[in-house]
Design a protein around this ligand. Structure first.
Ligand code: KG4
Ligand code: ZN
Length: 400
């Protein structure tokens, strides 16, 4: 292990998708700054991320975002111990902007560069906050206990659920080094992608998650019985080693929503909603104006869709936690911002006596503080990237 006589300061850069982000974090725990330039408004016009536009925006934003992160933290480049950057998974052109910038910076400063897997970053967003929390409430006590246990011998079950990923990992740390084993993944769409696609089918805004989250509160979740079928694939419900596998599939429910819209002749009302929202981009997902665009049947369908998706995530995550004897659970990624998901996961965890922790809303979606947090144990272990570090769009974590 490397002797640490430095400042403990890591500047991290994240540019894997549609947020250009930079953060300065001390000791992998204390975020001195966390700056995110979101491109959501740019991509909203297309109903999804356009890779070429994303790269161009990253190029435009990277310098001011890093400057802002350094100035908010009140530190100079010379104060840094290392620079960390997301190496994948993500969009090749987008990743390259962050990687090229980070490489040039470390070369000029003669500081170590650390490559981080974006998914590991999402997991460390929770660990970073859980280890900081001094609790008052019951749920905080649970978070704290996850924070304490993560250093121990027991595996932690991590659900990373975002627009690009729905993965279950067993995470273990031994002498400060983290290891991961993938025990479940989506075979088609990610859960956040299903939220975005269903919101688009319904004429709602982008990204779809916050719209569906807000509108679902006004509908009946039992109105439409959306179901998830068991997943058929090579190894059945087991992976190659014979261990149970907890995979996901979200393309079926999207098709079921489309069929529901057609069978119930809802196309006209979808178009009316799309037109009204295009005229009023200022209407927020939770506003009465936005809700006023949805009749009872639509609200019920939205609530039923979310109830089914969250139920599926919950069954697989808690099933895996039980099967692998996990001592705690962390849930992260953009969809972990979902209010129903947090409520139901917390209730199930309390019932089972299993600690569960989520990141704050700011650290649920893409950011660079989580990249710095994941980089810290690597820095301490002397795991420095070589000059050959490049973008790896399909980078995996834990073997799958
Ligand atoms: O982690 P993230 O910012 O980017 C990726 O790595 O994908 O996640 C973005 C995803 C989008 O699909 C968005 O619709 C979803 O997270 N999301 C939500 C909520 N907020 C964001 N999904 C459900 N409920 C929310 N409140
Ligand atoms: Zn992400």
């Amino acid at each position: 292990m490397r002797e640490r006589a430095g400042t403990g300061l890591i500047l991290a850069i994240e540019s894997s998708c549609d947020e250009t982000a930079a953060a300065v974090v001390r000791g992998g725990r204390e975020a001195l700054s966390n700056v995110v330039a979101s491109q959501i408004n740019l991509h909203a016009n297309y109903g999804g991320v356009v890779p070429e536009l994303a790269s161009r925006e990253h190029l435009r934003n990277i310098v001011p975002v890093v400057r802002e992160a350094m100035s908010r933290a009140g530190v100079q480049f010379d104060d840094l111990d290392a620079v960390a950057v997301t190496e994948g998974p993500g969009l090749a052109g987008a990743l390259l902007v962050g990687i090229t910038y980070a490489k040039a910076l470390t070369l000029g400063l003669d500081k170590p560069l650390i490559g981080v897997n974006h998914l590991e970053g999402h997991i460390h967003a929770v660990l970073m906050e859980a280890s900081q929390q001094v609790s008052e409430s019951a749920s905080q006590r649970v978070s704290e206990s996850v924070g304490q246990r993560v250093g121990g011998e027991a595996p932690l079950l991590a659900l990373v659920v975002s627009g690009g990923h729905t993965h279950l990992y067993l995470a273990e740390s031994s002498e400060g080094v983290w290891r991961y084993r993938n025990v479940g993944r989506t075979v088609d769409d990610a859960a956040g992608e299903a939220y975005d696609k269903v919101a688009k089918l319904l004429g709602l805004g982008y990204p779809g998650g916050p719209w569906i989250d807000a509108l679902a509160r006004r509908g009946n979740p039992r109105a439409v019985p959306f179901r998830f079928q068991p997943i058929k694939h090579r190894g059945g419900a087991h992976d190659v080693d014979g261990a149970p596998s907890f995979d996901f599939s979200f393309s079926g429910i999207k098709t079921a929503v489309l069929r529901y819209i057609e069978t119930n002749h809802m196309r006209e009302s979808v178009e009316a909603r799309r037109t009204a929202l295009a005229k009023h981009p200022e209407w927020k997902p939770g506003s009465d104006e936005a809700a006023g665009l949805c009749d009872e049947q639509t609200l019920d369908m939205i609530a039923s869709f979310q109830y089914a998706v969250v139920g599926n995530l919950l069954r697989q995550a808690f099933g895996a936690a039980e099967a692998f004897g996990a001592r705690g659970m962390v849930v992260s990624g953009g969809v972990a911002a979902n209010s129903e998901l947090r409520r139901r996961f917390q209730a199930e965890a309390d019932k089972r006596g299993l600690p569960v922790a989520f990141p704050s809303l700011a650290l649920s979606t893409d950011n660079a503080a989580m990249i710095a947090a994941a980089a810290w144990p690597k820095f301490v272990a002397g795991e420095v990237a070589s000059d050959a570090l490049g973008a790896t769009p399909q980078l995996r974590l834990g073997g799958s």
